[in-house]
Design a binder for this molecule. Structure first.
Ligand code: GTP
Ligand code: MG
Ligand code: NA
Length: 343
């Protein structure tokens, strides 16, 4: 496989933030789905994954008439829970992403799990964009469905604009207290030093084009080296699930490399590492959530980054959070089992 700037893998973007700030709803808005309303208590309890092909992103950003040339095949977006009891899942999500979206509710400002998420991102030096969500809740907001945020802002009364400016100023101060400079993205003159804020509504879609454009521009501009495809495998097990008709399956995130049907794999197991063979490689349709049961697409091989459901024998005692290894023709199975055992 060539390692070059025209052979990039899809970036992985993780959505983080305090409970009920609208992380899942933002994804629903982009996907045109309704995952959030199907969640028990409206609470996300698992890591999710959705693949957005480049053409869908281009379509959603075209009104901005900016250069949304995608040098990557698409974007893999990871949804994480915001509830305080899921720190381990937030940590896992932030550990596998190239960039993050930190969602903040404009009516609430920074909350405990916003700060916890911030600290996880700081720890790994991960770039992030702030989605300042729920702008439609500003008193008197006039909806402008799916409009770029500046266009929507121009339609608002002076009162709405004043309330918006006041809240943004307060939230910038709260970020400052966490040691971070932030600025509305369209005023941000020092990207990379000052973190960008994109006002959004997950209900009426204002600001979504801006958020997607910024994500794509930022990753294409600053991450080419990091995103150059390499066949060094990197793959993490997210969930172990019994699916009717498929038996025990594992949901994985392929961060780097290629997986093929028939590959011999090793994953962490309750007693000892599990050695098995990939029976089928399944993905949801593009723009659909991996953690939601639906119809699957079958693949002979898949290239990173992807969220994948794997069926194979003997997965009953697989452990979520561990790495998945592929046993290549030159590899020693015992070495790989040892590596899996130490996960
Ligand atoms: P967890 O995953 O449980 O942490 O929550 P979340 O951040 O994914 O938030 P979720 O998408 O579940 O949304 C929480 C609630 O806020 C739901 O009732 C949504 O309908 C509502 N909501 C989300 N985004 C917006 C928004 O932009 N505007 C308004 N008015 N409501 C929103
Ligand atoms: Mg959620
Ligand atoms: Na929620």
């Amino acid at each position: 496989l060539r390692r070059s700037a025209d052979n990039l893998r899809s970036p992985i973007c993780c959505i983080m933030g305090h409970v009920d700030t609208g992380k899942t709803k933002l994804l629903d808005c982009i996907r045109g789905t309704n995952v959030q309303e199907g969640e028990a208590g409206g609470i996300t309890q698992q890591i999710g994954a959705t693949y957005f092909p480049a053409e869908n992103i281009r379509e959603r950003t075209k009104e901005l008439k900016a250069d949304a040339t995608l040098r990557v095949p698409g974007l893999l977006v990871i949804d994480t829970p915001g509830h305080e009891s899921f720190t381990n899942l937030r940590s896992r999500g932030s550990g596998l992403c190239d960039i993050a979206i930190l969602v903040v509710d404009i009516m609430h400002g920074l909350e405990p799990q916003t700060i916890e998420s911030l600290n996880l991102l700081k720890m790994r030096d991960t770039e992030f964009i702030v989605a300042l969500n729920k702008v439609d809740r500003l008193y008197g907001w006039k909806p402008c469905p799916n409009a770029p945020i500046l266009k929507a802002m121009k339609q608002q009364s002076t009162d709405v604009q004043n309330e918006f400016n006041m809240r943004v100023t307060q939230i910038k101060v709260q970020f400052m207290e966490q040691g971070l400079n932030t600025e509305l993205y369209y005023k941000n003159k020092e990207m990379g030093k000052t973190f960008s804020i994109v006002p959004t509504s997950a209900i009426s879609g204002e600001g979504i084009p801006d958020l997607l454009l910024l994500l794509v521009q930022w990753t294409s501009k600053t991450m080419v080296e990091k995103l150059m495809f390499s066949d060094e495998m990197q793959c993490i097990v997210l969930e172990v699930k019994v699916i009717e008709g498929l038996g025990t399956t594992i949901d994985v995130i392929l961060i780097n490399g290629i997986l093929r049907e028939g590959d011999q794999i090793v994953v962490g197991g309750m007693q000892e590492p599990i050695v098995t063979t990939i029976r089928s490689l399944l993905t949801p349709h593009p723009m659909k959530e991996l953690r939601i049961k639906g119809s699957y697409l079958h693949h002979k091989e898949l290239k990173a980054a992807q969220g994948i459901k794997i069926t194979a024998q003997g997965l009953d005692h697989a452990i979520a959070g561990t790495s998945l290894y592929v046993v290549g023709p030159e590899d020693d199975l015992e070495d790989i089992k040892e590596a899996a055992d130490q996960d």
